[in-house]
Structure formats: C-alpha cells, structure tokens
Design a protein around this ligand. Structure first.
Ligand SMILES: O=C(O)c1ccccc1N[C@@H]1O[C@H](COP(=O)(O)O)[C@@H](O)[C@H]1O
Length: 213
C-alpha cells in the first residue's frame, strides 16, 4: 500500500491546488506565528473552504492553549490536530478529549532515547510523527529541512499509526519509504523555493516520487 502523503505549511491557493492535483492525502496549515508558513484564521478558513473534501485538513500547533486551538479548529474545520511542541502525554489526552478530533503528535528524534520517549504517547495520540530534533537555539521546532538517522526507527513496533517527517524532498522520499516502510510521509521545506514559499512543481514531484516508491 502506498504511503499517505502530507504537504505541510501550505498558505497559498496555488500550493493547495498543486497538492490536490498531485493527490496528496493531507495538507497542513501552520498556526504558529514565528513560522514563515503561519496562516491567520481568515486565510485558513479560505483554504479550508477551497479544499472541501478533496484533501484532509491538518492544523499544526506548538504548545498552544485551548483557545488558540479552538480558533484554528473552527476557522479551518480541521480533520486532525498536529502538536509540534513540548505537549506532554496528559496534555495530548486533554486536547483529544476536548476537541474530539484525531491528534498527531510530533516526536523529535536525535537518539535512541527519543524513540523510547515516544512510547508514552502511544495510547493517547492517533499518530506519531517522527521528525528530526532541531537544535536547542533553533528558531522553529520543525520545518527546517533537517533529517534524523532513520535507522533509529528500525526497532519501532508501535501500536498507533505513525509517519516520517524531517528533511524529506522529491529527491529522497522514495528512498525514505523504501528504507523505513513509513505509512505516511510529511514534507514542508523540501517542496519550497524559499522559506514559506511552496513550489507547485516540487509538490508534484514529491507526490509522484512517494507514490512510485
Ligand atoms: O513548518 C513549520 O514552519 C513548522 C513550524 C513549527 C513546527 C513544525 C513545523 N513544520 C513541520 O516540521 C516537519 C518537518 O519539516 P521539513 O519537511 O523538515 O521542513 C513537518 O511535519 C512540518 O510540518
């Protein structure tokens, strides 16, 4: 079965249309003001309306409070909530209960120890998204085109769904799927021409490469 595809950090109609035409399964909207991909609620609402049921709508939040999440959920009629901060398993459980939506939890990975930490989220998150851990002083906790050592996933035998993120691009996504058997792949900066500027051609190339893998 081909890996599911998520194109994250979409903030323009052109990029959304490219993701839909390339048959991506999900697109992500970033509700995190420091990100160059941040969308306000007005823009998110317009993108969600245009997407309709043609592609799944995922909202990305970083250590957001309930009000911030509620505004994003309502504006973009989200299908799932992606948590990309330091949310604890207890906080993930509260968000899942409060909003009644699937929750995807990003797990920052740099070493075997990080894979061990993932187990704590298994019974609360619907999907674990393994992503490269960004440096302590980095501007963002993701979306920086960094990849981690995929060998670390080798021993992962989780009960929940999972996906692979971090530094994926049209050039390496097929290899990533072959090497890890990831059931879902997620990219953001790997399909951009500049930070926050999605490139429709790269979106198409990513989806084609992922589907052929
Ligand atoms: O994309 C962002 O700006 C972002 C901001 C804060 C947290 C996560 C963010 N992006 C997510 O990070 C991973 C990997 O991105 P990349 O492909 O390495 O650029 C992905 O899930 C993005 O959605």
């Amino acid at each position: 079965m081909p890996a599911l595809i998520k194109i994250c950090g979409i903030s323009s109609v052109d990029a959304l249309d490219a993701a839909i035409e390339a048959r991506a399964d999900y697109f992500g909207m970033v509700f995190f003001p420091p990100s160059p991909r941040h969308v306000d609620h007005h823009a998110a609402s317009a993108l969600a309306m245009r997407a309709g049921v043609r592609i799944g709508r995922i909202g990305l939040f970083v250590d957001a409070d309930d009000n911030q999440i509620a505004e994003g959920v309502q504006a973009a009629r989200l299908d799932a909530i992606q948590l990309h901060g330091e949310e604890t398993p207890a906080r993930v459980a509260v968000i899942k209960e409060r909003f009644g939506l699937p929750v995807w939890k990003a797990i920052p990975v740099a070493s075997e120890k990080d894979m061990g930490a993932a187990a704590a989220y298994e019974d609360v998150a619907d999907l674990l998204l393994f992503d490269a851990k960004t440096p302590r002083d980095a501007a963002l906790p993701g979306g920086m085109g960094l990849r981690f050592d995929w060998n670390l996933l080798g021993r992962w035998r989780g009960r929940s769904g999972w996906g692979l993120a971090g530094g994926l691009s049209p050039l390496n996504v097929a290899g990533a799927i072959a090497e890890t058997s990831a059931p879902l792949v997620d990219t953001s900066s790997g399909v951009e021409s500049a930070p926050g500027v999605k490139d429709p051609q790269r979106i198409r190339a990513f989806c084609e490469a992922a589907r052929k893998a």
